[in-house]
Design a protein around this ligand. Structure first.
Ligand SMILES: C[S@@+](CC[C@H](N)C(=O)[O-])C[C@H]1O[C@@H](n2cnc3c(N)ncnc32)[C@H](O)[C@@H]1O
Length: 300
């Protein structure tokens, strides 16, 4: 039994393998993967440090540690990520939901409490739904909303629909579509809110992106173009006609993008209505209203 691997030994070995300045959470990763291999939760590891890890589980754990050493995200190994208190399925090819996106959801939920449409339920469109975490959370928290969500990736639309089936009791008020932004809709759509966490990393910043994101998360979900503002420019240009005059455009943004986006929005006919910062004081969510077009501006 001297050579047997105890939980303690397996954890120490894992920590050694993941010693890497670019990995910000080696302890959490090691514990999560060993607990997953043993089909236990992490508290089991603390309670039984001398328990022997059976061979099959040990091999599985070692394979996962090797993957993690190559910066493969733990969430793709586990297959899920928690968002706003619910578990979402995240296969490789789908952006892993981030805690900062909860601020966008909070902002929308607050707006929904205040906003009263003239008729019928609040109509929301989410652009770039990925796992569906934003649209599904909004629907779970406020079931009376009517939500449509698009993604250019068929895998994303399928995964979001699957998450909706797992999480929501009623699927009648939520729809997932494959589309380039909102091009699948006719111009007579009149929405109350348009919401998006679009790709916003500039290709020129790729080297500063965490290697697990750069190497393993979908490029089309992370990178926007050379400047990082390409999607916002398209959203500003293409969404005005789909929103009611009293409606709101709610956007997640990258660190440092608030002022340039306020200016870009202004040029595109949008007025900044509110901005929200994360706990570190970084502005991560902007709310825009469409600036009314004056009659004189219409061509005669
Ligand atoms: C930053 S991810 C956001 C995913 C999810 N909403 C979230 O917050 O976790 C951006 C999403 O936009 C999608 N996307 C990229 N280009 C698109 C386009 N032209 N039209 C629609 N969706 C697009 C990507 O596939 C990806 O799922």
């Amino acid at each position: 039994m001297e050579n047997a691997w105890t939980i303690r030994k397996a954890l120490l070995w894992g920590m050694k393998q993941l010693e890497d300045p670019e990995n910000r959470s080696p302890r959490m990763d090691v514990e999560t993967l060993l607990a997953l291999a043993l089909s236990q939760d992490r508290t089991f590891l603390y309670a039984h440090p001398e328990a022997i890890v059976p061979d099959e589980e040990l091999q599985r754990y070692k394979t996962w540690i090797d993957l993690r050493r190559a910066h493969y995200p733990v969430q793709y190994i586990r297959g899920t990520q928690e968002f706003y208190g619910r578990d979402f399925i995240v296969p490789p090819g789908i952006l892993i939901p981030r805690p900062e996106t909860e601020l966008l959801v909070e902002t929308c939920l607050d707006l929904c409490k205040e906003y009263k449409p003239e008729t019928g339920p609040i109509q929301i469109l989410e652009i770039g739904t990925g796992s569906g975490c934003i649209a599904i959370t909004l629907s779970a928290e406020t079931p009376e909303l009517q939500i449509k969500a698009t993604d250019i990736s068929p895998l994303a639309a399928k995964t979001a629909a699957r998450n909706a089936r797992l999480i929501l009791e009623d699927l009648s008020s939520i729809d997932f579509l494959v589309s380039d932004l909102a091009t699948c809709f006719s111009d007579n759509l009149r929405l109350d809110f348009i919401v998006s966490n679009p790709p916003y990393v500039a290709r020129s910043d790729a080297e500063s992106v965490d290697p697990s994101v750069r190497m393993h998360e979908p490029e089309t979900a992370v990178f926007s173009g050379e400047t990082g503002y390409e999607f916002y420019q398209r959203i500003f240009a293409e969404m005005r006609g789909l929103l009611k005059p009293e409606g709101f455009l709610v956007l997640e943004i990258g660190a440092g993008q608030a002022s340039p986006l306020e200016e870009l929005g202004g040029k595109g006919g949008w007025k900044l209505a509110a901005s929200h910062s994360d706990l570190a004081g970084i502005t991560r969510c902007l709310v825009f209203s469409p600036i009314p077009v004056r009659k004189a501006e219409f061509p005669r």
